[in-house]
Write a protein that binds this ligand. Structure first.
Ligand SMILES: Nc1nc2c(ncn2[C@@H]2O[C@H](COP(=O)(O)OP(=O)(O)O)[C@@H](O)[C@H]2O)c(=O)[nH]1
Ligand SMILES: [Mg+2]
Ligand SMILES: [Zn+2]
Length: 350
């Protein structure tokens, strides 16, 4: 297929060199300061962009068009050629843009540099889920679909690799008698956990509180109740839940068919129908242990500096595991993810 334009669409690295977050993200991950659920290092959107530079925020990109929130209303805009490849634009939900009207047609003329970006890897490509997000809300359900902590682990790693703090939400708690042990483990590890039900309303005010003043992306398997949660927080919104939304989204060719919703004055939520799983392929096997915070205090005591914590003698992590100081399920999750990453690397080298 011939391209309409030769030049690749591009985003200015920065409008202001001091604010070049790309430079920071080029540092090796290990060197970056981190702590579980750290939130203070992210500037708020208001701090980062002044009104002069941008006047809208992308709600949902659609081919060379985009819905943009501007002056409190949603406008359908055309995206300037420079920011498209003729078929799709480089915009993601959450992108800050400058829009203006040209002979009656709203146009996206400029896009701001990224403050943060939530992305995943798929088929050797980086795909952006959302831009300028403050949080990732990892949604799981207690039942229907069955609770899969391994999926939650992967989401936590993918978010951490993007420098995006996380909240874990266990929904559909009305369907079970007790909160699963794995959820209690996450809380004990220092992750923020909220347990909710869209049916009984349990935990919803706590969830709202946790989301206050943020732009948050919801991710999780299909059917866990992401759309229902948004609807529960903002009943006035017209959101499709369940089967309807799933079939409709199949026809869309953008992989990031996500959409931003405004909940009250201070909360923006980005629903991600297309994201079944966040690949953690951006993470190398050697640095995977770094994404398991409970490993940190032991990892330095392993006999081998490049210990994989799988087969080496005198492995402090496996010793801690035997003593019951590391949760076995998390360790098994580490092994599985590590194996996946290695297999993925091998496939890509062939
Ligand atoms: N029992 C129960 N069902 C729920 C809850 N939240 C959502 N559901 C149902 O789960 C199904 C999938 O919900 P949906 O919001 O479309 O999930 P999504 O695919 O993650 O957006 C729908 O039939 C909802 O009515 C809940 O808290 N409890
Ligand atoms: Mg949905
Ligand atoms: Zn080890």
């Amino acid at each position: 297929m011939s391209r309409l334009r030769k030049e690749k669409p591009f985003r200015k690295r920065s409008w202001d060199e001091e604010r070049d977050i790309d430079a920071a993200s080029r540092e090796p991950r290990r060197l970056r300061q981190r702590s579980v659920n750290e939130t203070s290092r992210l500037l708020t959107s208001q701090e980062y962009f002044t009104a002069k530079e941008t006047n809208g925020i992308v709600v949902s990109p659609y081919g060379v068009l985009a819905f943009v929130e501007h002056e409190g209303v949603e406008r359908l805009c055309r995206v300037v050629d420079r920011l498209t490849d003729g078929k799709t634009s480089i915009l993601s939900p959450g992108d800050y843009v400058w829009i203006e009207q040209v002979s009656g047609q709203w146009m996206v003329r400029e896009v701001a540099p990224l403050k943060s970006v939530l992305q995943y890897y798929s088929e050797g490509k980086t795909r952006i889920i959302a831009a300028n997000v403050d949080r990732l809300l990892v949604v799981a359900s207690a039942l229907k679909p069955r609770f899969k902590p391994g999926f939650v682990d992967r989401c936590l790693i993918a978010a951490e690799a993007c420098g995006v703090p996380t909240i874990i939400c266990l929904n559909k708690i009305d369907l079970v008698e007790t909160v699963p042990q794995e959820i209690q483990d996450y809380a004990q590890l220092g992750f923020t956990v909220v347990v909710t039900s869209c049916v009984t309303g349990a935990g919803l005010s706590e969830l709202r509180q946790a989301l206050e003043n943020t732009t948050t992306v919801l991710c999780g398997q299909s059917g866990v109740g992401k759309s229902s949660l948004i609807k529960a927080l903002a009943p006035e919104l017209d959101i499709a839940v369940s089967e309807v939304s799933r079939t409709r989204e199949k026809g869309r060719h953008t992989t990031t068919a996500s959409r931003m919703y405004r909940v009250g004055e201070n909360i923006r939520l980005i629903d991600t129908p297309g994201v079944k799983t966040l690949g953690v392929w951006g993470v190398s096997p050697e640095e995977l242990d770094y994404y398991f915070p409970e490993f940190h205090e032991y990892a330095l005591s392993c006999c081998f500096r490049d210990c994989t914590h799988i087969h080496e003698p005198s492995c402090a992590i496996r010793e801690a595991l035997e003593r019951g100081e590391i949760v076995r399920r998390r360790y098994e999750s580490y092994r599985r993810i590590r194996q996946d990453i290695e297999e993925h690397q091998e496939r890509n080298l062939k």
